[in-house]
Design a protein around this ligand. Structure first.
Ligand code: IPE
Ligand code: IPE
Ligand code: MG
Length: 248
């Protein structure tokens, strides 16, 4: 399939990559093996998005709440994260991917923070897929850091409170100028947002699948994309209005 295959493709996809632990458990493997297999699935999805010409992909890799997991699991996730930064970046750069990390990065080790910064700097000029990795991310953290920034601007007199509008709030959030996700995918069967993008998902189409993240392959992506293509996005209008707009 090519970039323009005749049905509507999402411009921005956001994914909660859930189910690594259960995938491993079913194979009597340690959870760590599930996370490793999850990394392979992430690489596969990134490549598919590059090939299809998707504009942006936001992957939930580690939530602000995941710090609560047992230390050995957090430690092994950090190790995997570090290895991935080192081993994947050249290929991503070659594919013109622009990488960005969103989340409270001061909570990560100095080495990881440096790896994130270097990946962003290396790929900053790329004009292909925008790849956002949400690490140490929480939707409430995001709203809180935006509120702090905006209040600071108001206090210093650069922002008039009565002029604050939705675009300004959007710009103060981690995803800033990117369009909101059109399609949200959560694997692993749970039907919840788990503190992912709270503001940005306001009108996103929500797709939940039982498929565990390491098993999310080309066929699973195809299923999500064809489900998305069948949605009528009304944004508050009537079905008739929306059909008319489609054919305008
Ligand atoms: C998602 O898989 C990966 C992270 C949260 C880092 P889980 O580790 O949550 O897998 P399950 O939900 O326990 O199966
Ligand atoms: C959400 O998965 C976070 C990521 C996939 C990174 P969790 O497994 O942490 O979500 P809950 O705790 O089951 O809601
Ligand atoms: Mg989980």
């Amino acid at each position: 399939m090519t970039k323009d295959e005749g049905f509507s493709l999402p411009r921005h996809i956001a994914v909660i990559m859930d189910g690594n632990g259960r995938w491993a458990q079913r194979r009597l493997l340690p959870r760590q093996a599930g996370h490793r297999a999850g990394l392979t699935a992430a690489r596969r999805l990134i490549e598919a998005c590059v090939q299809r010409g998707i504009g942006a992909l936001t992957l939930f890799a580690f939530s602000s709440e995941n710090w609560r997991r047992p230390q050995p699991e957090v430690g092994s996730l950090m190790g995997l994260f570090m290895n991935a930064l080192e081993s994947e970046i050249a290929e991503l750069h070659k594919n013109k991917v622009r990488m960005r990390f969103i989340g409270a990065r001061e909570q990560f080790s100095a080495a990881l923070q440096q790896g994130m910064r270097e990946s962003e700097e290396l790929t900053a000029g790329n004009n292909g897929l925008v790849l956002n990795i949400a690490a140490g991310y929480g939707g409430r953290w995001d709203l809180l850091q935006a509120a702090r920034r905006l209040v600071g601007e108001a206090v210093s007199g650069r922002l008039r409170v009565e002029e604050l509008d939705e675009p300004q709030v959007s710009h103060a959030l981690a995803l800033a100028e990117l369009p909101d996700p059109d399609l949200f995918i959560r694997t692993g069967g749970e039907q919840r947002i788990s503190n992912f993008l709270l503001w940005n998902l306001a009108y996103t189409e929500l797709y939940f699948t039982e498929v565990l993240w390491p098993d999310f392959d080309a066929a699973a992506l195809e299923a999500a994309l064809s489900w998305f293509a069948q949605r009528q996005r009304r944004f508050g209008r009537t079905p008739e209005q929306t059909r008319d707009a489609d054919h305008a």
